[in-house]
Design a protein around this ligand. Structure first.
Ligand code: 13P
Length: 279
């Protein structure tokens, strides 16, 4: 198939009410496992390098591999920078062939977030690259509304204007999810999601996908989510494979075991999000 932009992939997902999985890849093996799962499921997919993962896999090394895998894949693949914050890294990702950038200005003031996001959109769109931005703030996994994180939830009255003034292709919303392993069972604000969906034309993105229930995913996709980000569950699947390995496993075999575990985890998420046979 081909390497595609985020806007391309999410257009069909939004129209047909399914979710496209975005899976963080910190090395070649993870990228291969994710694309392998998407090919088996005949599903579009997004592979992403997050700025916080740069210490594990630097952009100069990983970008050519990710772009090559995407170009050679049998399904549509977007190559995405996740939670880009540094202007230099974002520009480097654009130069390296990424087809999508998330600019994360979620800790800035509303006006500053708009201003910085607009700057990125202007450059990215000139180059035919998509942009995702975040309004409100999805924090770490200690979150959930028990911890008072509602103050960071996306404000319905700001969401429409934010998308309109920035010109972004996808909006990440804060509705009660968090990154990492949940310590408190998350309670998602589906009413808020529905209200945001009613006022925003751009596809919506759910961060912190790991640890949510099947019903949470179904509810979110039913009420407007088109892209679901997952990382921690892939890491857990790999760690479980390592813990359960046969006694005399060689290192290369161990790598294959972790790849198979990640692939199975990704395939099950793709099925859950409704992405199978949508390529
Ligand atoms: P999890 O690690 O909680 O799945 O979150 C991934 C994510 O949102 C990346 O942007």
């Amino acid at each position: 198939m081909a390497i595609v932009t985020l806007a391309d992939i999410l257009k069909d997902a939004k129209e047909n009410k399914y979710g496209v999985g975005m899976f963080n890849t910190v090395n070649l093996e993870m990228a291969r496992a994710v694309i392998g799962a998407a090919e088996e499921e005949n599903s579009p997919v997004i592979i992403a390098l997050a700025e916080v993962h740069i210490p594990y896999g630097d952009l100069n090394t990983l970008a050519p591999i990710m772009v090559k895998f995407a170009k050679e894949a049998k399904v549509p693949v977007a190559v995405h920078l996740d939670h880009g914050m540094s202007f230099e890294l974002i520009l480097k990702a654009m130069q390296s062939g990424f087809t999508s950038i998330m600019y994360d200005g979620s800790t800035l003031s509303y006006e500053e977030n708009i201003e910085k996001t607009r700057e990125i959109v202007k450059i990215a769109h000139t180059l035919g690259i998509s942009v995702e931005a975040e309004l409100g703030h999805v924090g770490g996994a200690e979150g959930g509304n028990e911890d008072g994180h509602e103050t960071y939830y996306t404000k319905i009255e700001e969401a429409g204007e934010f998308v309109q003034r920035t010109g972004i292709d996808a909006l990440a919303v804060a509705i009660g999810t968090a990154h990492g392993e949940y310590k408190v069972k998350p309670k998602l604000d589906i009413n808020r999601l529905r209200d945001i969906h009613n006022v925003v034309s751009a596809p919506l993105v759910l961060h912190g996908g790991s640890g949510l229930s099947d019903d949470d995913f179904r509810n979110c996709i039913e009420n407007g989510i088109s892209k679901v980000n997952v990382f921690t569950d892939m890491s857990i699947a790999a760690l479980n494979a390592i813990a359960d390995r046969p006694k005399k496993t060689s290192y290369p075999d161990l790598i294959n075991l972790t790849m198979e575990a990640i692939k199975a985890e990704v395939a099950s998420k793709i099925r859950l999000f409704g992405g199978s046979n949508r390529a």
